[in-house]
Design a protein around this ligand. Structure first.
Ligand SMILES: Cc1cc2nc3c(=O)[nH]c(=O)nc-3n(C[C@H](O)[C@H](O)[C@H](O)COP(=O)(O)OP(=O)(O)OC[C@H]3O[C@@H](n4cnc5c(N)ncnc54)[C@H](O)[C@@H]3O)c2cc1C
Length: 342
């Protein structure tokens, strides 16, 4: 059901024929570069890649670890090199060498963490090359038995940024307009989709991959599965969008920017508009369910259901056996690279 559009049925012994290449072309869209639709997209090219790299190593890295989880500030404090790395405008080795040159006693907390992420990039791509079936199915076969019922209504609300949870909706709308989100917010979007809305991770893949300017299958698929809690080897994290909103967008700047219908509300209501009484709504000239949706799910109930099912599955014999297999196949003695969290 979740098969990708392009079926990977090629093998090295057979080679790919001209006819098959012609067939593939129909899946690609021709982009009109002269009339860009998205004014916020990062511009392409090696020269621009180096501009981003230079400004990052000169100054922007100074608050890298302080801001990495914050949806608004991370946009400036992170390198923003991912599209250039993914499209080959700049190589990991070039960025790695530049980071080593700039690393000092004073900035080692920030550039050290940055360098780890460059290693993760290579680690995940290698892992995907060794086990490409994870494009369609959970790498841990124990989780392939997990059946979730599809809700097209939930999926549409999530894709359009109309779930009634402001940080989730702001993230999706921002991603649609700019092609970029920081790590934690990407992880939270996937966690919300797979845990709170209880949808299969495969159903989030195509939408996100179309939006990410830096789409890299080697990072994308492992991250989807990790944040869906279906690898068996990573910590199960069910992100709470309200907690994240209060901690990482304290004054609601990010939400206000991307959800203009909430921009005029006081900060507590920006995070949780559904807490407004009818009188609050009247004073604020705002109608819940009309100006902005009511939450589409009862979050506490949904989190508990996801948590109970997934923690229980972790104890399953096949899940455990598969976890051991994954660790044996993809890691050396050092397991740090798998503990991939911000
Ligand atoms: C669900 C999900 C999907 C993702 N899909 C992609 C994707 O398609 N392409 C992509 O490049 N990144 C992806 N990431 C990882 C990460 O979010 C982005 O690499 C990062 O946000 C890009 O911003 P930056 O260049 O400013 O990163 P920085 O923090 O400045 O990091 C520098 C570089 O390190 C690499 N990197 C950073 N974080 C990670 C990570 N967690 N795992 C592996 N490599 C990392 C990237 O190449 C990045 O450009 C995904 C994360 C999640 C949770």
């Amino acid at each position: 059901m979740y098969d990708s559009l392009i079926k990977n049925e090629y093998n090295a012994a057979k080679f790919i024929s001209i006819e098959e290449i012609t067939q593939l072309e129909k899946y690609f869209q021709i982009v009109d570069l002269k009339t860009p639709k998205h004014k916020y997209f990062q511009k392409g090219g090696t020269r621009t890649a180096w501009r981003y790299a230079n400004t990052f190593f000169d100054k922007r890295h100074e608050k890298y670890m302080f801001n990495i989880s914050k949806p608004a500030l991370a946009r400036e404090s992170c390198s923003r090199l991912s599209p250039y790395i993914a499209w080959g405008n700049i190589s990991i080795r070039q960025v790695f060498n530049e980071a080593l040159k700039c690393k000092t006693e004073t900035n080692k907390k920030h550039l050290g963490a940055f360098i780890s992420r460059l290693r993760w990039q290579a680690h995940f791509i290698q892992k995907f090359e060794m086990e490409h079936t994870m494009e369609n199915a959970s790498i841990n076969k124990g989780y392939q038995k997990l059946k979730k019922s599809i809700s097209l209504e939930y999926q549409k609300a999530w894709e359009e940024g109309k779930t009634g949870f402001p940080l989730i909706d702001a993230c999706m709308r921002c991603l649609t307009e700019t092609g970029y989100l920081n790590f934690r917010m990407r992880a939270m979007l996937v966690s919300f989709f797979t845990h709170i809305l209880w949808q299969p991770w495969q159903a989030s893949s195509q939408h996100l991959s179309r939006l990410f300017l830096d789409f890299e299958p080697g990072i994308h698929f492992p991250q989807l599965q990790m944040n869906a809690g279906e690898t068996g080897i990573n910590l199960l994290r069910i992100y709470n969008p309200i907690k994240n909103s209060l901690e990482h967008d304290e004054d609601g700047t990010f939400i206000r920017k991307w959800i203009p219908e909430l921009a005029h509300l006081e900060t507590p209501f920006v995070h949780e508009p559904y807490l407004m009484t009818p009188l609050d709504q009247q004073f604020n000239n705002f109608e819940l369910g009309v100006d902005y949706p009511n939450p589409i799910v009862e979050i506490k109930v949904a989190r508990k259901k996801a948590s109970d099912i997934l923690w229980n599955m972790k104890k399953n014999t096949e899940v455990k056996k598969e976890s051991e297999r994954i660790l044996r196949k993809h890691t050396l003695s050092n397991r740090d690279s798998l503990l991939n969290t911000d």
